[in-house]
Design a binder for this molecule. Structure first.
Ligand code: UDP
Length: 414
């Protein structure tokens, strides 16, 4: 960790306050946020998800929760707990909702319900607004009682083509919510609940996204034995089959026949994802002994290192096969990087083909785009510049914050 601080201490030391965002989004945006929050005075929020580190949801909540508090709306964040058996089931549900074949055994639903019941007893819900993130804690809505409260289910997954059995199981809970939030218009479902479109967001002032001292970037490359003088292709992701790390290696190997480059696959695990170890082994097997493939396992407090790797990259790849949104794409665009990404889920909202990046549909397509962008640095540069403005307009945490405040106002008729 830089400066010898522990990860939480370093994060606290550098966390931005609301006023700091004026430099990025303008003072009027902050005035709107404060005015909206004022109308919600006296109310409070609880957010619930299934992991405090690893993955995009934790990344967003880590900043959204303190900013809601600072804006004047007290917001608590609870993380549910579960055994390996629970997270194996929820990961299978996750893959099935993304369209993977899954023949759900009846005990999977029993395990899911048993852990939701256990968490129901461990958490209290006296806030006026409760936001439950993703399927894992969805059953907590049973805690709804006669107190006036508004329950929102925030779905971060691409549910446009879900496994029927898993979706029907979740739908029985969703109908007890007041609203559902989705990340892309294509994720709407026929449901008796209003559905709101919120784009996920990044924090431009966080350790993950702030400008870095070039010396730190250089040192990070040295630390991981990456050559700063040769092109660097990077995918930052949990080791998850839907992020297709093996497909990235295959694309790199094809492109490498024509253009000199190195590949960095960097990522850690998430507490609610039990498949990481297996996928990591698959990536090592596919990489073989190529000294230019760097597979880096990063601990959860690696925001600065991830930032440095992104900033040092010539091209960022996100070759997902399914993706709710892909914050790693947002992070790369914010750093003005040319991005090659799978044309799936929420990614095309961010990557407008040939304007803010390029979309790919296969290993061969990804390899082609790598060769093309390495051969046309001026086009790559323009894509990155456009990408940053697209993020500024649509995918920053201040917009997300405002969107939540507006939803709370709408739900409570304040
Ligand atoms: N991330 C991280 N460490 C890792 C891998 C990913 O901090 O080892 C971060 C990444 O920078 C991004 C988030 O986790 O902020 C991943 O979000 P995304 O929406 O891309 O994918 P998810 O993991 O939620 O499917």
């Amino acid at each position: 960790m830089a400066d010898g601080l522990s990860a939480p201490a370093a994060a606290a030391a550098t966390a931005a306050s609301l006023d700091d965002y004026a430099a990025v989004v303008g003072a009027s945006e902050l005035a709107e946020i404060r005015a909206l929050a004022q109308r919600l005075a006296g109310r409070s929020v609880k957010m619930v998800n299934s992991t405090s580190v690893g993955g995009g949801v934790a990344e967003i909540l880590n900043r959204l929760v303190p900013l809601l508090n600072e804006a004047g709306l007290p917001c608590a964040w609870d993380v549910i707990t579960g055994g390996d058996d629970f997270f194996e089931v929820t990961k299978a549900f996750h893959n099935a909702l993304h369209g993977a074949p899954y023949d759900a055994p009846p005990q999977a639903f029993d395990t899911f319900l048993a852990y939701n019941e256990k968490n129901l007893r461990a958490h209290s819900f006296d806030s006026e607004f409760v936001v439950i993130h993703d399927p894992q804690p969805i059953g907590l809505v049973k805690a709804r009682d006669s107190r006036p409260a508004h329950w929102v289910w925030r779905c971060h997954i691409d549910v446009s083509n879900p496994n029927r059995a898993v979706w029907d199981f979740l739908a029985q809970f969703i109908q007890h919510y007041d609203a559902m939030i989705i990340s892309s218009p294509s994720f709407t479902r026929p449901l008796p609940v209003p559905q709101y479109l919120f784009f996920p967001s990044i924090d431009p002032l966080s350790q993950k996204n702030q400008a870095l001292d070039p010396a730190f970037v250089q040192k990070t490359l040295e630390r991981f034995s990456i050559d700063p003088k040769r092109p660097i292709l990077t995918q930052i992701s949990r080791f998850d089959r839907l992020k297709d790390p093996v497909g990235v290696i295959k694309a790199y190997k094809l492109a490498r026949k024509y253009k000199d480059c190195q590949l960095v696959l960097a990522g850690g695990g998430a507490a609610d994802d039990p498949e990481g170890g297996q996928v990591l082994s698959e990536a090592h097997a596919a990489a073989g002994k190529d000294p230019d493939i760097h597979i880096l396992e990063l601990p959860p407090w690696s925001a600065l290192e991830i930032n440095a790797l992104q900033q040092a990259s010539t091209i960022i790849i996100q070759k997902s096969l399914r993706e709710g949104f892909g914050l790693t794409v947002t992070e790369a665009l914010w750093k003005k990087k040319p991005v090659i990404a799978g044309a799936v889920g929420g990614i095309p909202l961010q990557i407008i083909h040939k304007l803010t990046g390029v979309l790919a549909h296969s290993v061969e397509g990804t390899a082609y785009q790598i060769r093309f962008l390495l051969s046309h640095p001026e086009i790559a540069k323009r894509l990155g510049e456009n990408g940053r403005e697209h993020v500024r307009e649509n995918f920053l945490i201040t917009t997300n914050l405002k969107r939540y405040l507006l939803l709370f106002l709408t739900l409570s008729n304040a």
